[in-house]
Ligand binder design. Structure first.
Ligand code: NOJ
Length: 561
């Protein structure tokens, strides 16, 4: 028998963050991959699991600790994978079961963990559970979805929905189903029926599925719209309120955020805790950040959208950051995110919100904020390149609510295709190293310069900036785990804050204005601040008088010398 006396974290093959034990995710940077858009190995224009495997080194070079895969399960694809027909398997469009197991093995071999996106609020209407449920009011699956009798019938005999709940994707949240002569509820598409989480058999089936993925080596889960799982047991109508859209004209107190939800999420956590070191994060659906703390469980993170919703101004960022620190408190760990597969790309969104043309400069400054705040940063593939929204003509729109918005004047929607375009690996206009076929969504017209190969060669690129910042974060305890304290400097348009441990003090200062600004650091109790990183390859340095002249959109990270 051979023994390895090195601590587990130092042994070959150790996962990143192993030094930090089961709570590695507090120290981690997590990289979201949208599988369709990452790398295509079979020429069908759609990314696949072998493609992700062949580009794992990109996540490693970036400095990520884990990859989160948007849904990879069999799906009719109406909500581009969030309509799941079988939560226990891999969609053949992405590869085979063996491809998935090999991906986990290869990722682990590089120290990377693998996080799956679990869509447990609803299924596709093609899921075997729903097929059985709609077939009979008596069968074993009869009560697995939210079925209700009509509230009545109008003069024409048309059945009326059981209550006023709406679909987030437009229209009523209820669909009348002839086979059962009943309505079923759907928060999203008609083809995404809502599961009945108050049925213990549903819960048991979900945990069995979760255990299956854990047994295959999956390191954690992102839970889709998790605060919608439990509805009011009597399905009470939502009260009305003022608002600009039908959805906003309801107070959504009975169709989400149920007071007994924390007990459910604690039961989920206990399944994960059967195996060491598994992480989880729940996506807060259509709720304000102040509602997030009520949805926490021990060792479970919550994505709130406080930071993501802020426009690019020092004032708005300060308000968002202060609000989140206040609501969550020091004891809850934050999940920090600026982009995902549902939102306009941060380079486009933030630059536009401030009327700034240089999207790369904004992307670099936003990266400094994201990677130096308290909490775990989640990156969305492409943001590390400064990727921008890629326009899609109306007749090529894929996102179903965006298609509805074309024909329903009551329904407003931003086309999510724009933030889902394939990642360009190379300048080669013939598929950009993503595909040899025709990509499922177009590349941006900047792909010949804003791609992985070109940016890797440029120390000033957004990609090189992300790599440097993540490296700095990894080697700086105060940035990963330090206390957070915002600091008001007298200079307008500048955001600044301290991160502190018992032995280390880091000061972050960010110019939002697009014009140079000079700040005075002399009030911070020391003059010995040494720049260690930021937006620029050579960060600006404070003068002997404690003043620091920032270049336009420059962010500087300083360590107390
Ligand atoms: C939230 C996901 O992020 C989004 O992409 C999806 O459309 C809805 N959940 C419905 O599953």
């Amino acid at each position: 028998m051979t023994t390895d006396d090195r601590p587990p974290a130092a042994r070959p093959g150790a996962l990143k963050g192993a030094t930090y034990g089961d709570e590695w995710w507090r120290h981690a940077v997590i990289y979201q991959i949208y599988p369709r858009s990452f790398a295509d190995t079979d020429g069908d224009g759609i990314g696949d699991l072998p493609g992700i495997r062949s580009h794992l080194d990109h996540a490693v070079d970036l400095g990520a600790d884990a990859i989160w895969l948007s849904p990879i399960y069999p799906s009719p694809g109406l909500d581009v994978g969030y309509d799941v027909a079988d939560h226990t398997a891999v969609d053949p469009v992405f590869g085979t079961e063996a491809d998935f197991d090999q991906l986990v093995a290869d990722a682990h071999g590089r120290g990377l963990r693998v996080i799956l996106d679990l869509v447990m609020n609803h299924t596709s209407d093609q899921h075997a559970w729903f097929q059985a449920s709609r077939a009979s009011r008596e069968g074993p699956f009869a009560d697995w979805y939210l079925w209700r009798d009509p509230a009545g019938f109008d003069d024409d005999g048309t059945p009326q929905p059981p209550n006023n709940w709406l679909s987030f994707f437009g229209g009523s949240g209820w669909q009348y189903d002839e086979p059962r002569q009943q309505f079923y509820m759907h928060t999203f598409l008609v083809e995404q029926p809502e599961l009945n989480w108050r049925n213990p058999e549903v819960e048991a089936a979900q945990w069995q599925m979760v255990r299956g993925w854990l047994d295959r080596g999956v390191d954690g889960f992102r839970l889709d719209v998790f605060n919608a799982f439990l509805k009011h047991p009597e399905l009470l109508a939502n009260p009305a309120r003022e608002g600009e859209s039908p959805w906003d004209r309801q107070e959504h107190i009975h169709d989400r955020d149920s007071p007994d939800f924390p007990e459910l999420i604690a039961r989920f956590r206990s399944i994960l805790d059967e195996q060491p070191g598994r992480m989880s994060v729940g996506e807060l659906f259509a709720s304000e950040p102040e509602r997030a703390p009520a949805l926490f469980a021990d060792r479970h993170l919550v994505f709130d959208w406080g930071l993501l919703a802020a426009p690019w101004s020092a004032e708005a960022y300060a308000a968002a950051i202060d609000g989140r620190e206040r609501y969550f408190g020091e004891d809850r760990w934050l999940a920090n995110v600026l982009s995902n597969h549902d939102q306009s790309r941060q380079a486009t969104r933030l630059a536009a919100s401030a009327g700034i043309d240089d999207t790369d400069a904004v992307a670099r400054a936003a990266a400094v904020v994201l990677l130096t705040l308290r909490g775990t940063p989640f990156l969305y593939y492409g943001e590390e390149l400064g990727a921008r929204d890629v326009p899609v003509p109306d007749d090529r729109i894929i996102d179903p609510p965006a298609r509805r918005a074309l024909v329903d004047p009551d329904f407003q929607w931003w086309n999510r295709d724009l933030c889902r375009s394939p990642i360009p690996w190379t300048p080669d206009a013939n598929g950009h190293g993503f595909t040899t076929g025709s990509p499922w969504l177009p590349f941006g017209d900047d792909a010949s310069v804003r791609n992985v190969e070109t940016e890797s060669a440029d120390p000033g690129s957004v990609l090189s900036t992300y790599r440097r910042l993540i490296g700095l974060r990894r080697s700086t305890d105060a940035l990963r785990t330090g206390r957070f304290r915002r600091v008001e400097l007298a200079t307008p348009d500048v955001l600044s804050y301290l991160r502190e441990t018992a032995t280390e003090r880091v000061f972050v200062v960010v110019d939002f204005a697009g014009e140079g600004r000079t700040v005075d650091l002399s009030g911070l109790g020391t003059r010995a601040w040494r720049p260690v990183g930021g937006t620029h390859v050579e960060p600006s340095t404070p003068g002997a008088d404690g003043s620091l002249a920032l270049r336009p959109l420059e962010a500087v990270i300083l360590v107390e010398a």
